[in-house]
Ligand binder design. Structure first.
Ligand code: HEC
Length: 129
């Protein structure tokens, strides 16, 4: 019995030795713990080389103004996706002439109303020059 007691005592001593709590990690002072990393979601559509038409006071009666004619047309027909708040607005904001111009074929293909298509075609012809 004496043997086992000694062994127990030894174990206890050994156990006591290991009880040495590590110092708690000091919290970082003066630094905000969770600095919000800015999400790199800047919608930068690749601008077409010759984007918006120069605002030249053209005497031609058929001059189509993007802001006044094309933008409301696309806002009406392509809502709710390509308008502000829509799921495609980040990638394809159709309230910007250079974006519409860069996707002119796809836009024309989707315009079902011939009058709408004609209006866009007229604007594109202007924007090209
Ligand atoms: C219901 C939502 C929705 C509506 C409404 C919508 N789109 Fe889109 N559009 C999308 C999505 C999603 C994509 C990307 C996936 C794809 O290419 O189909 C896209 C892609 C496109 C593209 C690029 C791909 C291609 O085929 O050239 C064009 C151009 C486009 N849309 C034009 C239009 C036009 C013009 C209208 C309105 C007449 C319109 N969209 C209405 C959701 C929509």
């Amino acid at each position: 019995m004496r043997y086992s007691y000694a062994a127990f005592a030894l174990l206890t001593v050994a156990a006591c030795r290991t009880v040495e709590p590590p110092p708690p990690p000091a919290p970082p002072i003066g630094r905000s713990p969770a600095a919000p990393t800015p999400v790199a979601a800047t919608p930068t559509p690749t601008a077409a080389p010759s984007a918006s038409p120069p605002a030249s006071p053209s005497p031609a009666p058929e001059a189509v103004n993007f802001e006044a004619s094309v933008k409301p047309l696309l806002a009406r027909t392509c809502t709710p996706c390509h308008v502000p708040g829509g799921r495609m607005y980040e990638r394809m904001p159709f309230d910007r002439p250079e974006v519409v111009f860069a996707h002119k074929d796809g836009v024309l293909r989707r315009l079902k109303n011939p009058d709408d298509r004609q209006l866009l075609e007229r604007w594109l012809a202007q924007a090209k020059s």
